[in-house]
Design a protein around this ligand. Structure first.
Ligand SMILES: [Fe+2]
Length: 350
């Protein structure tokens, strides 16, 4: 299955995802009257597209599938200029906080109602609005929002993005505001899991990766699982209770998680925070950037990350530069917290 690709001449449609070529052509004909065929579209142009298509029920109503288990979508159109998607929403379904990479966008409610929480432009304040049938939102690349099903009945919406969506960053809502958590190559709009294969950057990268064979890799290069197993073979890892006991006996817990992860997850009282990117320079006894009290071969360091994977590689790196008493926390902060050991919210300055 492939997405419809539209050449600059307007031909070259391929059937895909259960949307007939005639239907794709009808969508294109409707859009042609609303916005230029190429180039980057403005939020106002995208709004015209989503509102108009939402009003043309004959273009999409028979295609909608409402699934209570997973948010459903269908690509309706894609060109180099923009992509258009049909989404269905059931009670309890929402997107989580996200942006749209560098794309502008718009969505219009075609059935039911939706609730949008969004970050007010040029501020940290969050706001909320309910969107009824026929209403639409349009936004530029900086827009961050969380869209949810609203009301009692099923909802349907039409979404358009320009340039076509290729990546989205997800955010966590914290006491410090929205904190970027992860950027993902998207395989559908609004983080939805849909039917059929969309011709996205992720789909192309996945197809390309599937063609990679071990012949394409350098001779003898370990895969990450092998690298991790090799690292752990040289460590006597500590479960949280054992690490806690070691700390009361003078061992130092070193937290290498990034700030945004500490804000979201919390911290361990008494842990020393050293970013992973400077870890070796802070603990190498011969480094000018060392922390003198810690950069000693005899210091007992327990490296902690979120789940206990990156910490094994970090601890092994420290052992290689002569800190032979270094190990890591098996299961990371999450296991520590699950064991009921002391934690606290991330500490703010001032
Ligand atoms: Fe969105």
């Amino acid at each position: 299955m492939s997405v419809a690709t539209v050449s600059s001449g307007g031909s070259g449609l391929k059937p895909g995802w259960g949307v007939s070529p005639e239907r794709q052509q009808a969508v294109m004909d409707t859009m042609r009257r609303l916005a230029p065929h190429s180039g980057r579209l403005s939020p106002a142009q995208l709004r015209a597209i989503t509102v108009t298509l939402a009003g043309h029920r004959e273009l999409w109503a028979d295609l909608v599938v409402h699934d209570p288990d997973v948010r459903w979508y269908l690509p309706l159109h894609r060109s180099n200029s923009c992509d258009v998607w049909l989404l269905a929403w059931e009670r309890g379904q929402d997107t989580d906080w996200h942006d749209h990479g560098g794309s502008s966008g718009s969505f219009a409610v075609a059935d039911g109602s939706l609730i949008e929480q969004y970050r007010v432009p040029s501020g940290r304040r969050l706001a909320r609005r309910r969107l009824a049938l026929g209403e639409a939102v349009a936004f530029g690349p900086g827009h961050v929002h969380d869209v949810a099903h609203g009301g009692e009945s099923s909802a349907t919406s039409i979404h358009a993005y320009s340039p076509p969506l290729s990546a989205m960053t997800y955010y966590s809502a914290t006491d410090y505001g929205l904190i970027a958590r992860e950027t993902v190559a998207i395989d559908g709009p609004e983080g939805a899991r849909g039917r059929g294969g969309a011709d996205t950057a992720l789909a192309r990268a996945t197809a390309s990766a599937a063609r990679l064979t071990s012949d394409a890799l350098p001779d003898g290069a370990p895969v990450i699982d092998e690298l991790l197993a090799e690292a752990r073979s040289g460590l006597t890892r500590l479960r949280p209770e054992a690490a806690f006991a070691a700390m009361t006996d003078g061992a130092v817990l070193v937290d290498i998680r990034p700030l945004e992860q500490r804000i979201v997850e919390g911290e361990v009282p008494g842990a020393i925070i050293i970013g992973r990117n400077v870890l070796e320079w802070r603990l190498d006894p011969s480094s000018e950037a060392r922390i003198p009290a810690l950069a000693r071969p005899d210091v007992r360091v327990i490296v902690m990350c979120s789940q206990g994977y990156a910490s094994s590689l970090a601890a092994t790196s420290l052992r290689r530069i002569g800190l032979t008493e270094v190990t890591d926390l098996d299961g990371g902060f999450q296991a520590w917290q699950a064991a009921g050991l002391p934690t606290r919210p991330a500490q703010a300055l001032g």
